[in-house]
Design a protein around this ligand. Structure first.
Ligand SMILES: Nc1ncnc2c1ncn2[C@@H]1O[C@H](COP(=O)(O)OP(=O)(O)O)[C@@H](O)[C@H]1O
Ligand SMILES: [Mg+2]
Length: 292
């Protein structure tokens, strides 16, 4: 009844191995169970990103919605919690949630109109910044993952990981970013962060121009939010202008925002090196341009 998109199966295999395979194999039954439990009817072809299967559905009262199925992990665990805090302001509304499986019923937005399709990238970056300003105006609820813990753990891992970087220029850059994070780690912030607000996680909606979907929330400083809009739709010459535009709209202290953005580079670089991969050139370019 449900076709599982091939790229979702591949991504699950690549990132989650056996657990990902099991998740994909169980998706038809999981979907059927929730269509039944929440009295939903399928209403169009399946959609997906890297981690979730999203099915357009109609509720018993005739209202459109989507059913989002994903493998629960520490990043996605906070998604329904954050969506409840935002309660539709700047983000998709949560209609129902099953904690045991992480399955969510969400308000249906217009998946045919993603912010990634807006040709004017500068305008799109301002949309992201405005959404972030609203989303991060809320204090994170108790129990959220904390940027302070994540940054502290990164700094602990850094010395050992640095030893594994052969290129001295890259090693220097990663060390400089760690030094920048060390300057701000004692004040990690307490706002509710989205963490993954890139252009494909912003959809048009009838009730608002643009709304955020797919948060991987944590409690922290809004300066930690800027990376996805620098990395996605990448343009080296636009790194600084985008950073400046976003800090302006969000009213952020530029130095602190710079440190936390370099913290995102550090997070990605540590993941890459620990996985035995080279640090991606695009990420190096962003870090170089922000370090100055
Ligand atoms: N509320 C929604 N309304 C309409 N389409 C949605 C909605 N949520 C997600 N989608 C579609 O499903 C895709 C994947 O959803 P997303 O929440 O971004 O999961 P992933 O973590 O896999 O990226 C989106 O890119 C979008 O096309
Ligand atoms: Mg997504």
């Amino acid at each position: 009844m449900i076709d599982i998109p091939g790229d979702l199966a591949e991504a699950q295999e690549r990132y989650n191995g056996a657990a990902g395979r099991a998740f994909v194999a169980g998706l038809p039954d999981l979907a059927a169970a929730f269509l039944d439990r929440w009295r939903l009817r399928l209403d169009g072809p399946a959609m997906n990103g890297v981690s979730a299967l999203v099915l357009p559905v109609v509720r018993a009262d005739g209202g459109p919605a989507v059913l989002k199925l994903q493998l629960p992990d520490e990043e996605s665990e906070g998604e329904p919690v954050a969506l409840r805090v935002w309660d539709g302001a700047g983000a998709v509304r949560l209609l129902d949630h099953d904690p045991a499986t992480g399955t969510m019923l969400l308000e249906r937005l217009d998946a045919s109109r993603m912010l990634s399709a807006v040709p004017d990238t500068r305008a799109a970056v301002v949309v992201i910044a405005r959404l972030l300003a609203g989303l991060t105006s809320r204090a994170a609820p108790p129990g959220m993952r904390r940027l302070g813990d994540i940054a502290g753990a990164m700094l602990e891992r850094t010395p050992r990981t640095l030893e594994r970087i052969a290129d001295p220029v890259v090693r220097r850059l990663v060390a400089d970013c760690a030094a920048a994070v060390r300057e701000v780690v004692a004040e990690p912030g307490d706002r509710l962060l989205h963490w993954d607000l890139h252009f494909e996680n912003v959809l048009a909606a009838g009730r608002a121009d643009w709304l955020a979907i797919d948060p991987k929330p944590l409690a922290g400083d809004p300066g930690f939010e800027l990376w996805p809009a620098l990395y996605n739709r990448f343009d080296a010459a636009e790194v600084r202008p985008r950073f400046d535009a976003m800090t302006e709209v969000l009213g952020l202290d530029r130095e602190r925002a710079r440190a936390w953005t370099l913290g995102r580079f550090l997070q990605n670089a540590l993941w890459d090196v620990e996985d035995g991969l080279p640090v991606e050139e695009r990420q190096l370019e962003i870090a170089r341009r922000l370090r100055g």
